[in-house]
Write a new protein. Structure first.
Length: 126
């Protein structure tokens, strides 16, 4: 039986299978998680869902993960922002830091590593 947590996680990736699978997995282990497939829908969902954590792809059409991260910071304040992306390198790390990402993982990311970054009810609030 999963441990119940009040932590809400928004998973955003233009690869629908990736976003949906991650949200499903997080739900199985006790998080409240939702999937979105582009930046504009993620902003609309975030306004209603009020996630504590946002896991974002970087290379998405219409609005990339950097811009989405900046907008989510403006909308939500200080959510934990985690990039889950195939983008790597010093330029990525600089841009991710400037956009407000707290952590990042290279695809394919180990799901256990992703889960380990998330707060639990018995951990300090973010």
């Amino acid at each position: 039986m999963p441990t119940v947590t009040t932590c809400r996680v928004l998973c955003v990736d233009d690869n629908r299978d990736a976003a949906s699978s991650l949200a499903y997995l997080l739900g199985v282990v006790g998080y409240e998680a939702r999937a979105c497939f582009d930046g504009p829908s993620a902003l609309a969902e975030a306004a209603e869902f009020r996630p504590h954590v946002c896991m974002l792809d970087i290379n998405m059409p219409e609005m990339d993960g950097y811009e989405l991260a900046r907008r989510l910071r403006g909308l939500l304040g200080q959510p934990l922002l985690v990039a889950v992306t195939a983008v790597t390198g010093a330029d990525f790390e600089r841009r991710a830091t400037e956009a407000g990402f707290d952590r990042w993982f290279t695809k394919p990311a180990n799901p256990l590593d992703l889960i380990a970054t998330l707060p639990r009810d018995d951990a300090p609030a973010i």
